[in-house]
Design a protein around this ligand. Structure first.
Ligand SMILES: Nc1ncnc2c1ncn2[C@@H]1O[C@H](COP(=O)(O)OP(=O)(O)OP(=O)(O)O)[C@@H](O)[C@H]1O
Ligand SMILES: Nc1ncnc2c1ncn2[C@@H]1O[C@H](COP(=O)(O)OP(=O)(O)OP(=O)(O)O)[C@@H](O)[C@H]1O
Ligand SMILES: [Mg+2]
Ligand SMILES: [Mg+2]
Lengths: 258, 258
């Protein structure tokens, strides 16, 4: 059974998609089998691995609503051991549509459980939208752990309490195994006072859950999606590619140490 | 009747709140009467003007659901002509709750129309969450114009089509006067190739709707919210404060030129 990791933070622009895509690619480069699932109607993770908007007609929406089995929505990427479930256009309406569905927080878990025999990956990485609505709740119910990308800024700190509160509620009511995998600082510029203050405050609450690897600001990370490639295929020498390879190694050694 | 401007972009982290708060404050510094309305459950605009989470028990949620009249939810700020409707805690559940409400896309407009006699401001600025759900739809139905903050990055460009498509649909079905006020580049670093490419592409589609004023990256803009102050009260000499004062002037001269 794969380890299912939800990459979530309701604060917008914290680095969720950049982390989901490049961590998934780095784990694939380390010979792990990885499935990336794009749960964001914006479809950024899909286009970052070569499936721009409108490219597929069946994807995450069809999987969640039971309109297509998992094997019909999984697509290959340029990395042999990385596959993706892209966001199809109908995902935009899912938040509202799910409100009237029975068991609305668990439709993703049900869809993945139904395909149990085919879950042939080491990791399933779920890229979440910037909200705590029904799509994100589905990710938290289906996941083993939550990876929280965040910037070292004030609004990012403000949002952390609401996210951990939601994780606690999902663990209590729907998914008892849900744990926090860790917190990753993104676009991290260690030179500002604000950054130092935010890191100190987060370490106080989350201690060793904070990854030692921080992702620096690196223009290659924001360029690579326009070429439909993870950064390690776009510029392996870049600081961004190195940082996500380090993050993958740190994640693997944390898991193996447990 | 005030000019109602929705600050919206479903892409997360583009600078919506920073723009809504600091443009509102800059217009107030230019002797305009301004009401800032925080429609984002994260409540970032509220805390940026001195009303952190939990500070008020009646706010935007109560206004939209008709549980409180406008005059009960308007609060003062440190600037004499800037007032705010903060986000109260219940706004977190509004997206789901509104699904079952009659006229669910127009509850904000109805609440503002009901208070027509009290609308004593020159501008009402609506800070929107990072989504195209029912809260943002309410903002677009109530608004005269939409101000679109964006970064000069690839994912930001990708999201623009979905936003303008939604604006067109709202104009056709619910709010015939809705227009695009303009596009403002935020955290804009003109030195990268990517930034130049994105600006060129956006200018091609939006021409003179793109504001000449671009907001540079400036740490004072990310520090001032932790002091509960707009940047012009935190550091008037900073590049960030100057840029938003320029933006306010540019907006005023565009409106007066029409
Ligand atoms: N380390 C980095 N260096 C430079 N640019 C980055 C870095 N990480 C992310 N970006 C860029 O910053 C923006 C925000 O990142 P991203 O889209 O991954 O965040 P997100 O949390 O997924 O956003 P959303 O809330 O919209 O889903 C994007 O334009 C991305 O390309
Ligand atoms: N010009 C700037 N210079 C430096 N930091 C900035 C600038 N503009 C915004 N920021 C910071 O970048 C982050 C994103 O900005 P902001 O929160 O205003 O965007 P948003 O679009 O409102 O995000 P969300 O989608 O979560 O509502 C915040 O931490 C903010 O403090
Ligand atoms: Mg994203
Ligand atoms: Mg915001």
């Amino acid at each position: 059974r794969p380890r299912i990791v939800a990459v979530s933070n309701q604060k917008g622009g914290e680095g969720k998609t950049t982390t989901a895509v490049n961590l998934a690619a780095s784990l694939a480069a380390a010979e792990r089998k990885v499935l990336l699932v794009d749960l964001d109607p914006q479809g950024n993770a899909s286009s970052a691995v070569g499936y721009p908007r409108g490219h597929v007609d069946k994807g995450t929406y069809e999987l969640m609503l039971g309109a297509a089995p998992l094997k019909d929505v999984v697509h290959p990427t340029e990395l042999p051991t990385l596959q993706v479930v892209p966001a199809s256009a109908d995902l935009t309406g899912a938040e509202i549509e799910l409100v009237g569905v029975h068991g609305r927080e668990s439709v993703l878990r049900v869809a993945l459980d139904r395909a149990e025999a085919e879950l042939d990956w080491d990791f399933v990485i779920l890229d979440c939208p910037p909200s705590l609505g029904l799509i994100t709740l589905n990710a938290l119910v289906a996941a083993d752990t939550v990876l929280i990308p965040m910037q070292a800024k004030y609004f990012s700190l403000e949002g952390l309490g609401a996210l951990t509160g939601t994780i606690d509620r999902v663990r209590a009511a729907l998914n008892p195994r849900l744990a926090i995998e860790g917190i990753v600082f993104c676009m991290f510029d260690r030179r500002t006072n604000l950054a130092q203050q935010v890191v100190a405050e987060v370490r106080q609450h989350f201690a060793d859950k904070v990854f030692a690897t921080a992702i620096p600001p690196n223009v290659r990370l924001s360029e690579s999606p326009s070429h439909g490639k993870p950064v390690l295929l776009y510029d392996i020498e870049s600081k961004g590619a190195r940082a996500y390879l380090d993050l993958a190694q740190e994640l693997l050694s944390r898991i193996e140490a447990r």
